[in-house]
Ligand binder design. Structure first.
Ligand code: ADP
Ligand code: ADP
Length: 237
């Protein structure tokens, strides 16, 4: 069984109103993501990528099929067990989702506060994370004083705060220009290589997958239409 083992998973949303019809956002998807992978999921808007991420994260239940993470069936978890499994998964977002009223330090420390760490423990871990993402000198700045690329690096630091095994990146570079995209992809590659974090990269951008993912799944209309080593799936000149 793969590290993240997605087996015949479907997700159907009920009709939004009486005249509407249901939407099958994810349609019989099976994928195996191995520990240490940088796994790309590529597809156009509406292909079902974000829904797949929410299912992996246990944010929504599957309609059918199963998702195992490290041998644990996510769909069967609830309460404390689900929270524990979700703590092993970090997330970063297209819009960074930083709190504008908090400093960079305060943003990175946020999940550690929620987890109940002491002030001293939070400060030590936050310093370590900001050094890792190269933003130690920005600890007391506010998000709007940083560039988009720097804000996403803060997002990555926050996502790593609780030592996750898996990082889910949902269109993490889609709001960035090509130069800052490179900066963020380089950091993700370091997170994978130096910290051993398995990364799932969701994107509509072919370049992002080609640069960073060792394996890729192509989604269309809720289905995986092709998957394999990036080298084999993408044509070469
Ligand atoms: P992508 O991330 O590839 O753009 P999504 O997973 O966001 O795709 O959406 C896939 C399909 O599921 C779309 O048709 C979308 O409208 C639908 N969908 C997504 N989330 C919901 C929801 N909460 N309720 C109803 N339909 C949804
Ligand atoms: P304060 O510092 O004023 O006590 P809180 O810690 O209560 O602020 O957080 C302010 C709001 O931000 C809360 O409503 C909380 O739900 C929300 N929030 C918490 N964590 C995050 C996050 N990681 N990203 C975005 N918003 C968050």
């Amino acid at each position: 069984m793969a590290y993240i083992d997605i087996s015949n998973v479907s997700k159907t949303y009920p009709p939004q109103n009486r005249r509407g019809s249901s939407v099958t956002a994810v349609d019989d998807v099976s994928l195996g993501i191995e520990r240490g992978d940088i796994f790309g999921v590529i597809g156009y808007s509406g292909a079902g990528k974000s829904t797949l991420v929410r299912l992996i994260n246990g944010l929504e239940p599957v309609t059918s099929g199963s998702i195992f993470i490290d041998g644990v069936d996510v769909a069967r978890l609830s309460g404390r067990e689900l929270r524990e499994t979700r703590r092993r998964i970090g997330m970063i977002f297209q819009r960074f989702n930083l709190l504008r009223s908090r400093t960079i330090r305060g943003n990175v420390a946020y999940p550690l506060e929620v987890a109940g760490l002491s002030r001293a423990e939070r400060d030590a871990r936050t310093d370590e994370l900001l050094a890792f993402v190269g933003l130690a000198d920005k600890a007391d700045a506010y998000p709007e004083q940083l560039s988009g690329g720097q804000q996403q690096r803060v997002g990555i630091a926050r996502a790593l705060a609780a030592h996750p095994d898996i990082l889910l990146a949902d269109e993490a570079t889609s709001a960035l220009d090509p130069e800052t995209t490179d900066e963020v992809l380089d950091l993700l590659a370091r997170v994978n290589r130096e910290l051993g974090v398995t990364i799932v990269v969701i994107t509509h951008e072919m370049d992002v997958i080609a640069r960073i993912a060792n394996r890729v799944a192509v989604m269309e209309k809720g289905r995986v239409v092709e998957h394999g080593e990036t080298y084999d799936v993408f044509t070469r000149p």
